[in-house]
Design a protein around this ligand. Structure first.
Ligand SMILES: [Zn+2]
Ligand SMILES: [Zn+2]
Length: 354
């Protein structure tokens, strides 16, 4: 048996005793999670903003050590330290073959650790063992000597922040970036701002209402813009303008009007990435399609295809190009996980051993 942290309902988490998992087949491994970080989605669920019912095993970003290995697994052995992406993906269906692992067809849509339809099978990371199916495809080795506190979030939100700006800055070297974050927890938007600075954007503006997150963005080198006292609209250009704007705009979610503003504020041939599309649950967003068309801008949203892109952000953090640590609210010991998860947070890191 093992102790597993569970989401029970709005504002309620509980340790429950459940069986330790065993290998379901020869392609799987069992991982003992060692470092687990919160996803922004976790914060929404704990606050009761997403219609998910407990009990659900908690935690889907993290790293750990392999304790059991199936006979067909080639890339991993017992004792290996691995980063465990949040999404379950087989690696061999048509979407996975194209790198679109968040849309794997071998499992139900949106199947992932902790919150997915099969969470009772896969488990959650704040536990003593989770099943990793299709391990050769799912897992990534921890770089030798990497700091797990810095690396664990690459399994989801840090990589999500990277994809919002990294590939687009490569197409627009030295480009300008505007990140707008409205809703808590907000870690992905902060990572996007931090990545943009680290990857050499000419100007990075981070707009938010929350003083703590504004300070964090400033600490990472972004230009903070307090939405309590100034508006996105003041950044110009606005409706119909073909001059200026930001090459990359990032929507942290939560406010349809802000997303529309970001589209107007996107430069010619620019891109707007909504990492917070999830927070529009039930919301319709007005899209100024003609404005988008005439400036040839792109819009992108969707779950991050973590397995396809994880290597680059992982290497960049390990090499010291980007330090995600300012985003962390608190690092807590395993058994003390509940209280900081019930308090407001941007990012909680739960570690098994100091
Ligand atoms: Zn997540
Ligand atoms: Zn697949």
């Amino acid at each position: 048996m093992q102790n597993q942290l569970n989401f029970m309902g709005k504002g309620k988490l509980e340790w429950r005793e459940v069986p330790l998992p065993s290998l379901p087949d020869d392609d799987a491994v069992i991982v003992r999670p060692l470092t687990v970080t919160t996803c922004d989605f976790d914060g929404l669920v704990i606050q009761g903003l997403v219609p998910i019912k407990g009990p659900k095993p908690f935690g889907h970003e993290g790293e750990g050590v392999i304790t059991n290995v199936g006979d067909n697994v080639k890339r991993f052995k017992i004792g290996d330290r691995v980063v465990m992406p949040w999404k379950i993906a087989c690696g061999h269906c048509t979407p996975c073959g194209r790198g679109h692992t968040a849309q794997c067809e071998s499992v139900p849509p949106e199947d992932c650790y902790s919150w997915g339809e099969n969470a009772n099978i896969w488990g959650g990371f704040v536990s003593d063992g989770v099943i990793v199916p299709w391990a050769d495809h799912m897992l990534t080795h921890m770089p030798e000597g990497a700091d797990p506190i810095l690396i664990a979030g690459v399994a989801d939100n840090i990589t999500d922040g990277w994809r919002a700006v990294g590939p687009h800055l490569k197409e627009r070297p030295g480009g300008t970036v505007l990140v707008a974050a409205i809703a808590a927890p907000g870690s992905i938007a902060l990572y996007a701002a931090g990545w943009a600075v680290a990857l050499g954007a000419k100007r990075v503006v981070y707009a938010d209402y929350d003083q703590g997150r504004l300070e964090c963005a400033a600490q990472m080198g972004a230009e903070p813009m307090d939405l309590n006292t100034s508006s996105l609209r003041s950044l110009k250009p606005h409706l119909g303008s073909m001059k200026g704007g930001f090459d990359i705009t990032v929507d942290g979610g939560g406010n349809p009007a802000a997303l529309t503003e970001l589209i107007y504020l996107t430069a010619r041939a620019g891109v707007c990435v909504s990492t917070g599309g999830l927070m529009y649950y039930g919301n319709e967003v007005p899209f100024p399609v003609f404005d988008m068309y005439r400036k040839s801008m792109s819009f992108h949203t969707g779950w991050v295809h973590t397995q396809m892109i994880i290597d680059e952000p992982l290497a960049l953090i390990h090499e010291g190009v980007f330090d995600p640590s300012p985003v962390t609210t608190v690092v807590v010991d395993w058994e003390d996980a509940i209280d900081p998860l019930l308090a407001p947070f941007t990012k909680v890191i739960i570690r098994r051993d100091k």
